[in-house]
Design a binder for this molecule. Structure first.
Ligand SMILES: Nc1ncnc2c1ncn2[C@@H]1O[C@H](COP(=O)(O)OP(=O)(O)OP(=O)(O)O)[C@@H](O)[C@H]1O
Length: 285
């Protein structure tokens, strides 16, 4: 099967303006994403994530290497026909309403009449903005703007969605809505290539991740494999009396080479705790 994304040995050097040194923003990065996969590119600020995505979109010309989308070279205009893109800082016309914004982008993609109306309604529903469809974007929150941005990226029913920091500046509840949306897109077999430095979110939606640092890919693989600690085994018990824990500790002590690394109550992440506390409070009268 043809990969959805195939980046091979991508190098991007930005030449200095006036004086200064050339900057190698991307240094020999290769990424292959299968159709239907959700791939996350993570890395600190300035590590080359956006530049990699822009090269894939044909918005930045590679210094060397190639980028392909469903087999078509990214520098060819038709490679973008099947791609939706949410940039890091999307710009919208603040005086348009949510519905008008989607209708505007739908028209740019050639939709008209009933098809345009149906697509607009469907997307507003998908991103949970039907109730806010007639409000101007100037009054939307950051989370709502990101969701309308996602809807915009989906207007032409792309097979590949590229999301540059989809939850930047969005609170945990808004982030969860975006995360759920990405999971819904995965159900529909849409390939998603996203970049972020919010590791929790990447962990929850991605099948595979790449870690990029100073322009180089330093680790890549399936999330479950990357996160597994090879020489450790986790056992989670419910209602274990203290004597049982003592017996387990004694058994471990009798086994040569084995070591009890930690026991105690498992911890939730701060993000999960925040969501649990705030969502239950929200439902309260
Ligand atoms: N058009 C450009 N001209 C010159 N340098 C650039 C240009 N675009 C990006 N850079 C530089 O390339 C490096 C990588 O930038 P890039 O935006 O790809 O990183 P990033 O990982 O997406 O960062 P962030 O998480 O902050 O968005 C940075 O040092 C940046 O300053």
């Amino acid at each position: 099967m043809e990969p959805a994304v195939e980046i091979q040995h991508l190098v991007k050097v930005f030449q200095p303006q006036l004086r200064g040194r050339a900057l190698k923003a991307v240094d020999d990065v290769s990424i292959t994403i299968a159709p239907g996969e959700v791939y996350g590119l993570i890395g600190p600020n300035g590590s080359g994530k956006s530049t990699t995505m822009k090269a894939l979109l044909g918005l930045v010309a590679p210094t060397s290497g190639t980028c392909r989308i469903f087999g078509a070279d990214s520098l060819a205009v038709d490679s973008r026909e099947q791609v939706g893109f949410l940039p890091e800082n999307p710009y919208f016309y603040k005086h348009l309403t949510g519905a008008e914004t989607l209708a505007f982008y739908g028209k740019l993609c050639g939709l008209r009449g009933r098809a345009l109306k149906e697509r607009t309604d469907e997307l507003l529903e998908l991103v949970d903005l039907t109730a806010a469809r007639d409000r101007r974007l100037g009054g939307y929150s950051k989370g709502m703007l990101q969701r309308i941005g996602l809807a915009q990226a989906l207007v032409q029913e792309p097979r590949l969605l590229i999301l540059d920091e989809p939850t930047a500046g969005v609170d945990p509840i808004g982030s969860r809505q975006i995360r759920d949306l990405i999971l819904a897109l995965r159900e529909r077999q849409i390939t998603v290539f996203l970049c972020s430095h919010l590791l929790e979110q990447v962990q929850e939606v991605c099948d595979r991740v790449g870690i990029i640092f100073r322009g180089k890919m330093v680790r890549e693989g399936r999330l479950d494999e990357l996160l597994a600690i090879e020489d450790q085994t986790e056992v989670v018990l419910r209602n274990a009396p203290p004597e049982m824990l003592e017996r387990i500790a004694a058994l471990v002590g009798e086994t040569e080479g084995a070591e009890l690394v930690r026991s105690g109550r498992p911890r939730t992440t701060l993000e999960r705790l925040f969501l649990r506390e705030t969502t239950t409070r929200r439902d309260e009268p």
